[in-house]
Design a binder for this molecule. Sequence first.
Ligand code: ATP
Length: 691
Amino acid sequence: MQTVYIPPKQKTPKDKTSIHTYGGGVWAISANHGKTLTKVVQFKFKRSRTEIPRTQKLLLSPQQSMSRLPVMSSKRVLACSSAENAQDLAPAQKRLRKDADPVKPAATVIGTKRPALAATRAPLSRPLRAAGAATVAAAPSRGVIKQSVASAAAKGGNMKQPVASTGTKTGGTQKRNPWDLKGKVSDMEDKVRNYQMKVKTLNQENEVLQDSVSQSQRKMVQVEKELQIQRSQIGEYERKLQVLAGVQDELEKVLSDKNFLQKELTNLEGKYKVMETLRDSQETELQTLKMKLSVQESTLARVQANLRDSEEEVRSLKETVAQQKDEIYAGEMERRRLHNTIQELKGNIRVFCRVRPLVGGGLPKHIQLATSDNKAITLAKTEESHTGKTADTQKNYNFSFDRVFGPRTSQQEVFEEISLLVQSALDGYNVCCFAYGQTGSGKTYTMEGDEFDETRGVIPRAVQQIFKAAGKLGEQGWEFTFTASFVEIYNETLRDLLYTGKSSKRPEHEIRKTASNEVTITNLTYERVINEDQVLGLIALANQNRSTAQTAQNDRSSRSHSVFQLDIEGVNAGRDVKCKSTLCLVDLAGSERMVKSQSQGDRFKEMTAINGSLSNLGIVIAALANKESYVPYRNSKLTYLLQGCLGGNSKTLMFVNIAPEPDSFGETLNSLRFASKVNDCVIGTATANKK
Ligand SMILES: Nc1ncnc2c1ncn2[C@@H]1O[C@H](COP(=O)(O)OP(=O)(O)OP(=O)(O)O)[C@@H](O)[C@H]1O
């Protein structure tokens, strides 16, 4: 007989080691997840009075323990199949430890010489109570386990109480006498049978528990799968949560925007109300305006009807105007024709005589002007008797001219007589007006005059008339261009009076005739002018430039001819008519004789040139009057320059200016004689330069 038990003093260590039976062995499994598995087997055989003297303690790994499990026949065994099983059973062990007393991990093996007693391998997971009652750690059902344990405990309790077949009883069990070995053997055999039945029962329970464990494992696998699914779902939920967090942020932003928009909406609503009010007022105003508009439209309709009538009237008037323009043009042409006829009747070369007033006013006795008309002048000379015995004789020199102006004749009256000639210049006729007379006789006064309006001479007044008449002709479709030049002839040398460059670089000039037989001067300034002021400016410039060489009698201007020319070109595009003419205004040099001036040197040269040019002027005029085949224009610069204005295609006016002083009698007589010769000339009929 042998008895296996765990001594009460061997407590389960507080290091959470649990005790299990397996394979007929008793196992102490530490709490480190079964990695350290201690096999505790304690056999205590009581053979007669012999006691197994020593306790055997084995420390094995789970694998070793599995391969070296001892065989236990009818002993209580604590076992563990493997570390893995130990891990699986750990939670149940914890529960068991709460109920069971701690079991000392060490096991004492009694009777190691009888391992065959544990031949039947016990099923896994059968923890035992320290007091001998076994507890199954990995029981699938707590109730089952407890029941089994209770049963085992009850049986264990019986196990601890040896049955005495013979002998005295101790505690209800008959105690056999020491010598009753047979009885003892019988008791032991009973015990063995009990244990075998118990083992059988335990094996059955163990199978049930294994089934339960495998079910639990399957469930656990399923639970793990579910756990995995739930984890993945959790992951999915977390992702969704993140998305939802983003959505929440968006939502917050949207809410913020919404609040902002709400405020904006509130503001806009306020503005909208204001606009509505404004709209209402504007609608009212619009209605008023519509009413006004309808009134205006009706008015407009009336006005448009009136306008149509007016347009019709305007068309009619335009036709009338055009007709009248034609009539005006025809009248203008007729006026020109008549004007030209009158000029021709008056003679294409006319002579006006003008007597300068005396310094103190009045008229000297030797100059007598006709009172009947203004065309005669008598120069009377009283000749004293050489013997003194006879009375003084008076010799009269009578001259008649186209017009004689007395000393009181104003500049305006003088100009009125020549204004018709100036008009001819715009009609396309060449017009030449020159002043002849001795120095100081009033030539410059007649041609240029003074600065003031009343005393202005022929040139400024002619220029004024030209531009005024050109403006009026513009209404009839005429467009004019004017080109001015101012040249001085001194000692038969041409000088540009409009020159503005350095005097050292003053160019020389020559008179040339163009292919169209027009006279032109090389290197001369031809200034395009568009109004009267420009021309007056040029005249002022010319006066500045004019040479003023002083002499005993007068300045140089007296001994030079100044020629102002205004070239006029007119175009009437509507009637396809052009005209071209030149207005030539000449202030001749003084015509006094050399004897009187007692000229010497340069003065003599000057006078020779002057007399030459003036006498040549008379010769040319006479040649023209006599219709000679050869007219010596080129004998002097003056006649050469005035060739275009003196020919048959021009209207010429000569002023003969006479000084009233008695000592100028001779020069006056000479001037009047010269003028009378010119006046007797009848130059051919002038024709307008029209194309
Ligand atoms: N009709 C006039 N009424 C008033 N003063 C006049 C008249 N004619 C000439 N005079 C004056 O007589 C003076 C001499 O006249 P002006 O200079 O015109 O003579 P001129 O013939 O041009 O002399 P020159 O040949 O030297 O140029 C000037 O002071 C001028 O103002």
